[in-house]
Design a protein around this ligand. Structure first.
Ligand code: MV4
Length: 459
């Protein structure tokens, strides 16, 4: 097994990976920016190396600085975590050329998944259902009009280089299509340096269902069931759960088998996620593949009992999967709330600064993944997520009760957090029923909208 791994990340995921390393007897090295000198990851790791100034561009995205740190520390592998360089094929290639194992898929798989239009064509070839849409790139206004006519309004115009909610425009008629098309191209050029777009039929109120897969270098590949990530705001997930409510065994098997077929088409190895949209008729369609460890991986760990990060490390070393598909039994229900340092009552404006009070929940069936502590100052430069609170119950009802009592135990001050929003969501009958669509937060959680209507009804 590796004796030393570098973690090219920060925050809770750096802490998560240090924990896996320590349990495996692997020496951990974290890199950190000037702003993260006093972070928990720096305190917990066996070694820590400063790689630059506070901005991500000068630190966690600085490939030469990270590779230099890896050489100086003499590590055998790099775990990229999520975000930053995790889905950068160029970085994975550089690791290869420096004889440092990149803990993740091959560069070709990352590159293929990153080109959403090509990935879509590959899925069609592999027999994976995709959303009805254009064969390839739509380059002209005439082609755009033709495609919209063929699939019917509304249509989505998506950037080939986009993903995760970036670079998508919706048009409802011919009149709006041309300007949406031109704007989509211009925005894609500005955001990704690539103006290629394609067109799909726009599904109304879909659910976001994703399947976790793991694959070793020997051709073994299994799925770990699905997660429902429909509770999100502006493409930032708020709550994730596994299994997805209302998905029967038959649909679960079809989703799992389809995810494996998709991953094979990407020649995938290591841990990855296939994202699907599930429409109101129960049809599901491939949306994109995420070639990294995901923020919400703990809900899958809770219901399967597997440690996905340890599995990633042993796969990168060359071991075969520790389990077979038949060993995977989904036990109970798990749900995760992402706690962000943001003000949910004031347009989610970031709330960085010093934490003076920090009480995290505990007790049975609660897991907290976090880099926070009393006295920690949240830097303003990065993502605002400060903790993930994950509950595991025998069923969804019990899981929600456990998560509710955990949120009630949680104290973080004086900064603002999303804890109060989560308490409101978990109380809403519509959410408790299960199976909400991706528009749930906008439609049901905007203060003064639905709640005030319900209060008025209640008298
Ligand atoms: C869609 C869609 C409906 N129809 N594509 C948003 C993220 C990006 N990866 C793709 N997204 C969507 N693509 C078609 N053809 C609706 C969304 C979408 C969405 C998807 C998953 C989770 C939340 C979402 C919120 C708004 C829109």
């Amino acid at each position: 097994m590796f004796s030393k791994i570098l973690i090219a990340n920060r925050g809770e995921v750096a802490v998560r990976i240090i924990r896996a390393c320590r349990e495996m007897g692997i020496h951990s090295v974290v890199v950190f920016s000037k702003a993260d000198r006093d972070s928990l990851a720096v305190r917990m790791a066996d070694e820590a190396i400063c790689i630059g100034q506070s901005s991500a561009a000068e630190s966690y995205l600085n490939i030469p600085a990270i590779i230099s740190a890896a050489e100086i520390a003499d590590v055998e592998a790099i775990h990229p975590g999520y975000g930053f360089l995790a889905e950068n094929a160029h970085f994975a290639e550089i690791c290869d050329s420096c004889q440092i194992k990149f803990i993740g898929p091959k560069p070709e798989s990352i590159r293929l998944a990153g080109d959403k239009s090509v990935a879509r064509q590959e899925m069609i070839k592999a027999g994976v259902p995709v959303i009805p849409g254009s064969k390839g790139i739509i380059a002209t206004q005439e082609e755009a009009l033709k495609a919209a006519k063929k699939f019917g309004y509304p249509v989505a115009i998506k950037a080939s280089a986009g993903g995760g909610g970036k670079g998508i425009k919706v048009a409802h008629n011919d009149g709006k299509l041309i300007s949406a098309f031109l704007t989509a191209q211009a925005e894609a050029e500005a955001a990704f340096g690539n103006r290629e777009v394609y067109i799909e039929k726009y599904l109304k109120q879909p659910r976001h269902i994703e399947v976790q897969i793991i694959a070793d270098k020997k051709g073994n590949i299994i799925h770990l069931g699905e997660r429902d990530c429909s509770v999100q705001r502006r493409h930032q997930k708020l709550i994730e759960e596994s299994p997805a409510p209302g998905i029967d065994a038959k649909l679960r098997k079809r989703l799992g088998d389809t995810a494996i077929r998709a991953a094979k088409a990407f020649k995938y190895e290591n841990a990855g996620t296939i994202e699907f949209l599930l429409d109101e008729d129960g049809e599901f369609y491939f949306m994109e593949m995420n070639t990294r460890l995901q923020v919400e991986h703990p809900v899958t760990e809770m219901v399967t009992g597997l440690d996905i990060v340890k599995e990633q490390i042993s796969i990168a070393w060359g071991e075969k999967l520790s389990v077979s598909q038949d060993d995977i039994k989904i036990k109970g229900h798990a749900m995760e709330c992402r706690i962000n340092a943001e003000d949910p009552d004031n347009q989610f404006i970031p709330s960085p600064g010093k934490i003076t009070e920090w009480i995290m929940p505990g007790g049975p069936n609660i897991r907290v993944d976090s880099h926070g502590f009393a006295g920690y100052s949240i830097p303003p430069y990065y993502d605002s997520m400060i903790a993930k609170i994950i509950a595991h119950g025998k069923d969804r009802h019990e899981c929600i009760a456990i998560l509710q009592r955990a949120l009630k135990e949680t104290v973080v001050s004086p900064i603002k957090t999303t804890v109060t929003l989560h308490e409101r969501i978990l109380n809403r009958p519509k959410f408790r029923q299960g199976g909400v669509a991706t528009n749930f937060v906008d439609v049901h959680m905007i203060p003064g909208k639905v709640e005030s209507v319900e209060k008025a009804k209640a008298g």
